[in-house]
Design a protein around this ligand. Structure first.
Ligand code: HEM
Length: 385
């Protein structure tokens, strides 16, 4: 239990730290990677280069601190982060390393303003916040292990590699130990761990399982990025080096971007490769639920899953609307208005600019926030919807 004095200090200094948040977290990462270079095996070095991860970490630490006397209120965010942490294999012993380096970075940036009393209060508060994460993550590890699942990473064989188009390929993966795959919720992602040639550290990336659960195969569908683009380290490695018969280390499915089970009409809005979780959800749907699928993609050559989407929608009696941005422009509010029904649950996934445009449009069209579900491929909390 934190004392009232500690709570008061943390709450009153949270805004000051927030103001310097990005500076502090940048110092923090520099310091932590100097002291613990092995953690570069876990952290996405492309996110580091783009400054996204410092923003995401800063935002969440200060949000937690500002609510230190009511951590219940931030549990939904904790769950979102904990799913990512569990997928990456973050363990209790990592928390003191982050804590120690974060506090040292606060001291470095704030200088004399960070008195011993303030630092001690933050150390205590960090301990409480870390315990919440550790507990939630342990529950997720246990869920991952249940029903014949596994805790960290396990080897999978690539049983099929299928070129969907010039830039996109699907990989079909089965566990090398021959065990059946435990159930997952369509829309969830698995995490692939690779060591690309010329890279000193392993890299971990999340890829949505791009079809409904079938008990023995995970399919991921991966877009090639421009050559040497930091974002493409793992995707391009998969395209260029991973062939049928190869082995990939995979962690169990995670994530909260999944279909609601309340029977409300569903509207999927997919941009580019953001179609993968939405197709998995659609693929798992049964007749009886109203469904529409809106897809924005640059052109026909880059589109994936169109035939599969159309076939499934025919089976469900759903509606399909595709817009090619190269020739027809972007999705408009008027386009969306045609597909929004009473109580529609809206699912949005695509590139950052797409989400930035689409989420406000949904609000303007009267869809309440609790029915706007979205997934951003990247550090989610650096994305402001
Ligand atoms: C991702 C917060 C502790 C490793 C994240 C994200 C947040 C966050 C907000 C972004 C989630 C997203 O992608 O949407 C926190 C907080 C912590 C904490 C508040 C402490 C209370 C740790 C620890 C480790 C860790 C102890 C391991 C040393 C990572 C990694 C990512 C991540 C590897 C993925 C992003 C990347 O690779 O750049 N964390 N985290 N975190 N966290 Fe933590």
């Amino acid at each position: 239990m934190l004392s009232q004095k500690t709570i008061d200090i943390v709450k009153s200094t949270a805004p000051v730290l927030e103001k310097h948040g990005v500076d502090i977290t940048k110092h923090f990462y520099k310091r932590m990677f100097t002291n613990h270079p092995e953690l570069k095996n876990v952290f996405n070095q492309s996110n580091q280069r783009e400054g996204r991860q410092p923003q995401a970490l800063a935002a969440s630490v200060y949000a937690a601190a500002a609510n230190i006397d009511n951590l219940e209120s931030i549990l939904p965010v904790v769950h979102l982060i904990a799913h990512k942490h569990r997928a990456l294999g973050i363990l209790p012993e990592h928390y003191p390393i982050v804590g120690e380096n974060l506090l040292a970075a606060i001291k470095e940036v704030l200088g004399d303003a960070a008195t011993d009393e303030i630092i001690e209060a933050w150390a205590e508060a960090y301990g409480v916040i870390a315990d919440v994460f550790i507990q939630v993550e342990e529950e997720l590890y246990q869920q991952a292990e249940a029903n014949g699942g596994w805790r960290l990473f396990k080897p999978f064989k690539v049983v099929k590699k299928e070129q969907e188009n010039d830039l996109i390929a699907s990989f079909y993966l089965t566990p090398e130990d021959g065990k059946a795959l435990p159930p997952y919720r369509p829309g969830q992602y698995i995490t692939v761990k690779v060591k690309a040639p010329g890279e000193e550290y392993t890299a971990l990336r999340h890829y949505t399982v791009s079809q409904a659960p079938n008990g023995n195969v995970y399919r991921i569908t991966v877009k090639r990025e421009a050559e040497n683009h930091p974002k493409g380290v793992v995707s391009n490695y998969l395209h260029d080096h991973v062939q049928e018969g190869d082995t990939l280390e995979i962690s169990a499915p995670a994530g909260l971007f999944t279909l609601t089970e309340n029977g409300n009409p569903v509207l999927f809005v997919a941009g580019g490769i953001g179609v993968t979780p939405q197709y998995a959800m659609l693929d798992s749907m049964e007749k009886g639920r109203d469904v529409s699928f809106v897809q924005s993609v640059r052109n026909e050559k880059l589109a994936v899953f169109q035939e599969r989407i159309q076939n499934k929608l025919n089976e469900l009696g759903g509606t399909y609307f595709v817009k090619y941005s190269d020739t027809d422009g972007y999705i408009t509010k008027e386009d969306l208005d045609r597909f929004i029904k009473d109580h529609s649950e809206v699912y949005i996934c695509g590139p950052e600019k797409f989400m930035e445009a689409l989420i406000p449009m949904m609000r303007e069209l009267g869809v309440p926030d609790e029915r706007i579900h979205f997934e951003f491929f990247g550090p989610g909390l650096s994305f402001k919807a």
